[in-house]
Write a protein that binds this ligand. Structure first.
Ligand SMILES: [Fe+2]
Length: 618
């Protein structure tokens, strides 16, 4: 007897073209069904190409679940406006005096890009891909682009636990806007923009300029600068404060010191060097002089750390002013944050304290997460009567692809175990057995790779594509660094711990956690500040400035890791897990089991749990 599956009405969201391409699928009741980063499947870090692999994965997911009907597709920004900004940012230089400096090749390329990406082409490209991947007649599916910051705000608010809130979006740049404040209501599904700032004012690009000044890659090294600030002093704060300001809705930046044009690579001008009196770092070799036992830093190293600290302090202060201004405009203290700058977990600590835990940071705050926002905007273009009751639960970050036992087994047998090695492999099932096996591995000072369930959506590995070690052993940081991650030695690893144990280790800031079920401390989106004695005891997990990017584990979001933390607390006397992303330092996070096995073969893990298969490497 034929039984047809129920039809699910869905909206898709896509982000691509700049960095971190992604696809999201939401149901017409507002539930997020699926979201995947292209980079996890293409293995190209920050992949910005059309997310064809993520789209295929989305259709695979939908076909397994039910019959489906695509009601609409949202694209995460307005392509014409974005390209117009790129052209204008160059043509503003186009004067008789500066003609020789203008990059005519770039302008020519940008104009041809504009033709390629214009409003007409983006929908056509998406429509073609939908048809080729799914075989659907996509000609009648509405495909709509939305403002970049509208997509950021929608992703943040509609996944938040708040019925009413302000949303602040902060990034490098969208089309022209860089910072926006929204008034948000779930009762009528409304997002109303109440303030915005455009280029050249940009907190994201300001921080990227400092990142570049310190020798790191833009859009890659910002979080390392945040970590370096721990070793700095506010020596340059006054100077930097004279270059970028926000006061009661007036945002300003001195463009004599920054160059945010589309062709700029380092983002600052020679005048910034004159002002700071310290030459820009040509590379990042200087950070290798830093360690927790470093004592006094060399002069140039201290100066760079001071610049990092001063920039971080300034960012935190301006964010605090924006938060106060948003609360004033909107008469509401609950706050959603999104955009790339919202990934600055250190600034978020200050915000979290200020508004007493009424903070929600959209876990996939970067442009990939805007695929979810664009999908919501597509949904709301057709219906404003959404029941948001389910969103009172925690945000579920495990929205990506899931793999079968056969896929894991095939990857293992055709990968590492095809070679003549003496690796041990056993199949274990059930949460309890897996927890016992993982606890045994970590107690034996082993580094364990973990690939289970659906992949995380967002930049953080939250337990399903993770590398784990125990913080009980102080040497694990160096072991992780030397054998696998090849990270700068000054950076600690993020501690994951059962929520009920956290206050003992991480102190007063943990109280904010109980404010709501999607608090940023559940998603490594904020930090806490521990006592000095805890830093001395657990240096792998707590930074030089006593901050720790904690992940609070709960049974409903992370059942295995939650129980593992409790188990180790009892058996080892320390429930802190070091949790870092399952990849080598230069790679994108692993995607399918084949990429996981590939990463295992290229490094020196002690053991791995891939699905139900536990492997101990000899
Ligand atoms: Fe953005």
């Amino acid at each position: 007897m034929h039984t047809s599956k129920p039809e699910t009405k869905v909206h898709l969201g896509l982000s691509f073209g700049y960095h971190d391409s992604a696809v999201a699928v939401i149901a017409s009741n507002g539930l997020i069904l699926f979201a995947e980063h292209e980079e996890r499947l293409s293995r190209v870090k920050h992949d910005n190409s059309f997310p064809i692999n993520a789209l295929k994965a989305a259709f695979n997911f939908l076909e397994k679940q039910s019959d489906y009907n695509i009601l609409g597709v949202g694209y995460y920004e307005l392509p014409q406006l974005k390209e117009a900004r790129k052209i204008l940012s160059n043509s503003s230089k186009f004067t008789a005096e500066t003609l020789g400096e203008v990059d005519l090749d770039h302008i020519q390329k940008t104009i041809s890009d504009t033709v390629r990406y214009q409003d007409y082409c983006i929908p056509a490209r998406i429509r073609d891909a939908l048809a080729s991947v799914s075989g659907l007649d996509s000609s009648c599916i509405p495909i709509r682009p939305y403002e970049h910051h509208h997509s950021h705000a929608a992703g943040a608010f509609f996944t938040s636990p708040f019925k009413r809130a302000s949303a602040i979006t902060l990034d490098g740049a969208g089309e022209f806007e860089t910072t926006t404040i929204w008034s948000c209501e779930k009762s009528n599904s409304s997002l109303t923009k109440i303030w915005s700032a455009e280029l050249p004012f940009s907190l994201g690009l300001f921080y990227s300029a400092i990142t570049s000044y310190l020798g790191f890659s833009v859009n890659e090294g910002e979080y390392k600068v945040m970590g370096l600030s721990a070793y700095g002093r506010p020596t340059f704060k006054k100077l930097l404060s004279s270059l970028i300001t926000f006061d009661h809705g007036v945002a300003w930046i001195d463009t004599n010191y920054f160059d945010f044009s589309a062709t700029a690579t380092r983002l600052y001008t020679a005048k910034l060097q004159e002002l700071l009196g310290v030459p820009p770092a040509g590379d990042t070799a200087w950070v290798n002089d830093i360690s927790d036992e470093c004592g006094t830093l060399s002069d140039h190293c201290q100066a760079y750390c001071d610049i990092a600290f001063s920039a971080q302090l300034l960012l935190t202060e301006i964010q605090a002013k924006l938060v106060r201004y948003a609360a004033h405009l909107n008469n509401c203290s609950a706050l959603c944050l999104s955009g790339g700058v919202a990934l600055n977990s250190l600034a978020n600590l200050n915000t979290d304290r200020t508004i007493k835990g009424q903070l929600y940071v959209f876990p996939p705050s970067g442009d990939a997460g805007s695929a979810i926002g664009a999908a919501y905007l597509s949904l709301l273009s057709q219906s404003s009567h959404i029941s948001w009751r389910s969103h009172l639960d925690s945000f579920d970050p495990f929205l990506g692809s899931e793999y079968t036992r056969d896929e894991y087994l095939d990857a293992i047998t055709t990968g590492i175990l095809s070679e003549a090695q003496t690796n041990q492999i056993i199949e274990i099932r059930g949460c309890e057995a897996k927890v016992a096996w993982l606890a045994k591995q970590l107690s034996q000072r082993k580094i364990v790779a973990l690939h289970q369930g659906r992949g995380e959506f967002g930049p953080r590995a939250l337990g399903n594509r993770s590398i784990l070690a125990s913080a009980y052993y102080p040497e694990m940081k160096e072991k992780l660094n030397v054998l696998i991650k090849k990270r700068e030695p000054y950076r600690p690893y993020a501690p994951a711990i059962a929520a009920e144990l956290a206050k003992t280790y991480f102190g007063q800031d943990i109280d904010n956690f109980s404010a709501h079920p999607s608090h940023p401390l559940r998603y490594m989106a904020s930090v806490v500040q521990a006592e000095e004695e805890m830093r001395e005891k657990y240096p792998s997990a707590i930074h030089y400035d006593r901050t720790a990017r904690v992940q609070l584990l709960t049974q409903n979001i992370n059942p295995i890791l939650h129980q593992l933390s409790l188990h180790l607390e009892n058996s080892l006397g320390c429930g802190i897990l070091l949790n870092t992303s399952f990849n080598l330092g230069y790679e994108a996070l692993v995607g399918d089991p084949y990429s996981a096995v590939n990463t295992l073969t290229w490094s020196r893990f002690d053991s791995a749990l891939l699905g139900d298969f536990a492997i101990v490497f000899e």
